[in-house]
Write a protein that binds this ligand. Sequence first.
Ligand SMILES: *Cc1c(COP(=O)(O)O)cnc(C)c1O
Length: 346
Amino acid sequence: MEKLARKRVQALTPYQSARRIGGSGDVWLNANESPFDNEYKLDCSRLNRYGECQPQELINAYADYSNVQPEQVLTTRGADEGIELLIRAFCEPGEEAILYCPPTYGMYEISAETIGVRQKQVPLTQDWQLDLDAIEDNLNQVKLVFVCNPNNPTGNLIRKEDIVALLEMTKDRAIVVVDEAYIDFCLEMSSADLIEQYPNLAILRTMSKAFALAGLRCGFVLADENIINVLLKVIAPYPVPLPVSDIAIAALSESGLAKMQSQVLELNANRAYLKAGLDLMSGLTVFDGWGNFLLVQFPDGDELFKATWDAGMILRNSPLENGVRISIGSRDECEKVLGFIRNYYS
Ligand SMILES: *Cc1c(COP(=O)(O)O)cnc(C)c1O
């Protein structure tokens, strides 16, 4: 039956998610998951009924957290669904295009490819910032420009004045999608305050990273009400399972937010610890990271990746030559990885 699939789906290589790649051991630092396994209570009543398409209590809670209006919030099955909805709603297959800036998150390309939407790549500059001139030269037919901030896998922040310049450049032509999957680790750097001013800005958020709820599959799009209304036309009628909205609402309560914020502080401290330890070793480069991961360039990235893999410490190799991305785990996990790498090079 494979030959019955659409040609472009036959040719597609699925996203090589950390889960798909596998591995074995007890130190999992390859998917930027949180090491914290928080407890929630589940209410299993009223499961015979459909939930609201956009549970109002959840929308209000997330709007409060991110300082926007409830009309500017859409909840989705993870940020990944937000990516797909935006492409499906705004790009004509076979004609129009998305633009993104590698090295960056792989799902922009895969979602566009699946839907049959063209992709343009304008690489980040040497210091991993936006190449605004090259983007401007490539805007023909482009409806969505994806900017990942902080960027995965490099970890750096994109300059806010460049995001503003991009919003000005694309006014009335294209939507700038700022993927803020990791912004909760440096919330003051968010672009959410620009939504009031720029009707062509959409921001992706998720509960998978700082909120320690990767398995919940809950994300958000923040944007001008007009963009949200377009997305509401293409989203599934009942996209949010009742248990998902219940747990997300609990995570966004006052005590849930306090817990998340203290876990963010702890992970940021662990990141500083890991970076300081790696910085002491010669021959490798640790890039400044603002999310819950660090990108490190080793003398022999592939070999180091294999050595840690064999030792039951699963990291993520990156598209950058000799680059390995290390998620920030518990202090104990950071110590184990650091100790292993120190031994490996001594
Ligand atoms: C993890 C991640 C996502 C996906 O988040 P989900 O909400 O789990 O779908 C989106 N963008 C980036 C940059 C990510 O790293």
